[in-house]
Design a protein around this ligand. Structure first.
Ligand SMILES: Nc1ncnc2c1ncn2[C@@H]1O[C@H](COP(=O)(O)OP(=O)(O)OP(=O)(O)O)[C@@H](O)[C@H]1O
Ligand SMILES: [Mg+2]
Length: 376
């Protein structure tokens, strides 16, 4: 423990709403998912069984961002020091496709690296074991490890899902590494119990949307899509019929997609991320810590230029991003990038540059700049 351990709060006092608040700085508009994640982190950090989580959501809706923000939370919260052995890994890295073997060692090696950073220079086996067993494991792109790919059986997917399900249930894995014993560094085998690890998996499950949509709209399904009035940034209203996967998804849909039922049974919560609509995209653009606007803003700060954006300009960018709904919030980066690049390139030649007192400047992204790009 560090010197300031006196000022650290007991872990029980860092409540799920506080965890939520911290995650919400980087992940916007996904309150349902963040609530599940916050409760799981609370349970995990207070020594309870966290319950594994599966995050399902379209590309660019925030799955990887959630994982990154859990990592940020662990690193920025001094009380969570012991939990920093966290790993985010793509599912395909956990299988050896030639030997058709599940490779938990790849996961544990990644966890061990983090654990080493925690326990200091000459860790003994039990210090490593302790840090590793408290790990949070995020497995991304899990949907690519389906047991069916393009209508054909995908054996490697089955291997991965079966391997993972055993690991998630709690398994003693013999982990080969080296550690310090009686002042000497030796080869050691550490039995790692995965029972107390927290697992979060995520995937876009791209064809799941069409698969469920087709089931729902088929005449015999007895289900009905919902209509909704949408107001545009320019003040018009149009009616849209929207298909939200969350309204219709059943476990059987995931089995049909190619997820092994026993594997899915290891998840206490299957959480769907929502589609990001214009108001949320606008908030992501303006407020999330890592938003394209904030990044650009800090770039201009170096040049003594304060970057601002008109409210309408932000709405128009968000609206254009929503139209590109295959990319989710990624579209914000692309669109905003195109708009701001000419400004970033040579701001001092821009007629829009305003001079402020004390050698400072101001530049405002306005609606015209956005229209020039999005209507091009
Ligand atoms: N809910 C969100 N809140 C804040 N930023 C977001 C959100 N969703 C996406 N972003 C931003 O969009 C980009 C892509 O998001 P992310 O990588 O999380 O997508 P993903 O859901 O993992 O998609 P994929 O299935 O393609 O991997 C990131 O730069 C992130 O900053
Ligand atoms: Mg991702």
């Amino acid at each position: 423990m560090t010197e300031n351990s006196k000022t650290l709060r007991p872990l029980e006092e860092i409540t799920p709403p506080m965890i939520y608040e911290a995650l919400n700085q980087g992940v916007l508009g996904q309150s349902t998912a963040l609530r599940f994640v916050s409760v799981a982190i609370y349970k995990h950090t207070t020594g309870k069984v966290p319950g594994n989580i599966m995050l399902i959501g379209n590309s660019g809706t925030g799955k990887t961002t959630i994982m990154n923000n859990i990592q940020r939370l662990y690193h920025q919260t001094p009380e969570y020091e012991a939990f920093r052995a966290m790993t985010i890994i793509n599912a395909n890295l956990l299988v050896d496709s030639e030997r058709m073997e599940f490779q938990p060692s790849r996961l544990l090696t990644a966890v061990e690296q983090r654990a080493r950073a925690l326990v200091g220079e000459k860790p003994n086996p039990s210090e490593l074991k302790e840090a590793m067993e408290q790990a949070t494991i995020c497995i991304d792109e899990i949907d690519k490890m389906s047991s069916i790919v393009a209508g054909k059986p995908n054996a490697i997917g089955v291997v991965l899902q079966q391997g993972l399900l055993t690991l998630m249930e709690g398994e003693l894995v013999a982990h080969h590494t080296h550690a310090w014993v009686d002042g000497v560094e030796k080869k050691v085998t550490i039995p790692i119990d995965t029972k107390h690890m927290m697992f979060i998996c995520g995937g876009a499950f791209e064809t799941l949307y069409d698969q469920v949509y087709l089931r729902v709209v088929s005449p015999s399904s007895g289900e009905k899509l919902k209509s909704q009035a949408i107001q545009t940034a320019d003040g018009q209203v149009r009616i849209e019929t929207r298909f939200a996967l969350a309204d219709f998804l059943k476990p059987e849909d995931l089995f049909e997609y190619g997820m092994v039922p026993q594997f899915m049974a290891r998840f206490d919560n299957i959480v769907l991320l929502r589609e990001l609509d214009t108001p949320i995209l606008k908030q992501i653009l303006l407020k999330s810590i890592d938003s394209p606007f904030n990044r650009s803003r800090s770039y201009f700060e170096i040049l003594n230029i304060e970057l601002d954006i008109e409210d309408l300009a932000a709405s128009l960018i968000a609206e254009a991003a929503e139209k590109n709904n295959r990319a989710g919030a990624r579209a914000l980066r692309t669109i905003f990038g195109k708009i701001v690049n000419p400004l970033e390139f040579d701001p001092f030649s821009r007629p829009e540059l305003e001079k402020l007192p004390e050698g400072k400047f101001k530049l405002v992204v306005n609606a015209d700049m956005v229209r020039r790009i999005v209507q091009a």
